[in-house]
Design a protein around this ligand. Structure first.
Ligand SMILES: Nc1ncnc2c1ncn2[C@@H]1O[C@H](COP(=O)(O)OP(=O)(O)OP(=O)(O)O)[C@@H](O)[C@H]1O
Length: 254
C-alpha cells in the first residue's frame, strides 16, 4: 500500500521554482532517502509533506486521501511526524519529562500548570518505552542540557515517535555527529519497526545506501532519478550530475 504520495507537486518562492512537478510515492513500511546537492529543494519538499508549506499546485495523498489542504497540526494528528529540532526540547527537564510531555500532549492529557509533570504516570510508562526504542533508556533521568549532541538528536527522534506516527520524516538525522553518534543513529533508524514508513533527507551516503530501500535524487527541484540503492549507484546521470564518478567509493556526497 502507498502510504504517502505527491502528484505534480510545485512550489515557488517568487520566481524561484524549488519543487518542480515532483511525483513520488512512498510505500508503507519503506525506508526512503531524499538526496541531492545543497539547494536542490529537499527541505522544501519535507516542509510540503509536513504541511509547513503550501504547494503552488499539485497534491499530496496520505493513504489515498488528499491532505493537501491540511495544516501541519492536522497532519501530525493523522500520523505524519517530523523529527523535532533541538530547540523543541526543554533543556532543564529530564529525558523522561520531555518524552512524557510529548506523550501527554498527544493523548490530550498535557499537564496544566498546577499539576506537576511527574504525576503523569501513564505518560511516563510510555516515555520509558519510547526512550528504549531510541537507545536512551539509560539516560531517562538525565537533564537534557547535560546530554551529548548525539543523544539530544536521538531524543528529537524519540519525541516524533512519541506521537505514534505512521510516517516519520527525518531531516539530516546525522548532521554534525561524530562517527560514534552517527553509528548510534544508524542503529536507531535500522531498528525502527517496519510498520513505520520512514523518509530521510541525508547527506551521508554510507547511511543512505545502508538504510534506504529506495532513493530519490532531487536536482533543481526535480526528481533526477529514483530507484533502489543499486540502481542509484549505477545511474550514469546521478554520477555525472551529483555524485561524481568515484563518489560512492569515497563514501561521501555532501
Ligand atoms: N522561504 C524561502 N524563501 C525563499 N527562498 C527559499 C526559501 N526556502 C528555501 N528557499 C530556496 O529554495 C532553494 C531550495 O532550498 P532547500 O532548503 O529546500 O534545499 P535543500 O536541498 O534542502 O538544501 P540543503 O541541502 O542546503 O539543506 C534554495 O535556493 C533556497 O535558497
Amino acid at each position: 500500500m502507498i502510504a504517502l504520495e505527491t502528484r505534480n507537486l510545485n512550489k515557488s518562492f517568487g520566481s524561484l521554482q524549488v519543487t518542480q512537478n515532483v511525483n513520488l510515492a512512498f510505500e508503507q513500511g519503506e525506508r526512503s532517502a531524499i538526496i541531492g546537492p545543497n539547494g536542490a529543494g529537499k527541505t522544501t519538499f519535507f516542509n510540503l509533506l509536513a504541511g509547513e508549506l503550501r504547494p503552488n499546485s499539485g497534491s499530496i495523498l496520505f493513504e489515498g486521501r488528499d491532505i493537501t489542504s491540511l495544516d501541519s497540526t492536522s497532519r501530525a494528528r493523522i500520523g505524519i511526524a517530523r523529527s523535532f529540532q533541538r530547540n523543541n526540547l526543554f533543556p532543564d527537564y529530564t529525558v523522561r519529562e520531555n518524552l512524557a510531555l510529548a506523550c501527554a500532549l498527544r493523548a490530550g492529557t498535557a499537564p496544566i500548570f498546577w499539576r506537576p509533570m511527574r504525576s503523569l504516570t501513564s505518560a511516563h510508562t510510555e516515555a520509558d518505552e519510547v526512550a528504549a526504542q531510541v537507545g536512551l533508556q539509560d539516560s531517562l533521568g538525565a537533564t537534557v542540557r547535560n546530554l551529548s549532541y548525539g543523544s539530544q538528536r536521538q531524543l528529537e527522534v524519540a519525541l516524533a515517535l512519541a506521537c505514534r506516527p505512521k510516517i516519520l520524516l527525518l531531516d539530516e538525522p546525522t548532521s554534525g555527529m561524530s562517527p560514534e553518534e552517527t553509528a548510534r543513529m544508524h542503529d536507531l533508524i535500522t531498528g525502527l519497526p517496519r510498520t513505520l514508513t520512514v523518509i530521510i533527507i541525508e547527506h551521508d551516503m554510507d547511511i543512505v545506501l545502508d538504510v534506504a530501500d529506495k532513493i530519490a535524487v532531487l536536482d533543481y527541484g526535480r526528481v533526477l532519478e529514483q530507484g533502489t540503492p543499486a540502481e542509484i549507484r549505477a545511474s550514469k546521470i546521478v554520477r555525472e550530475r551529483y555524485l561524481g564518478e568515484d563518489a560512492f567509493g569515497a563514501g561521501g556526497a555532501s
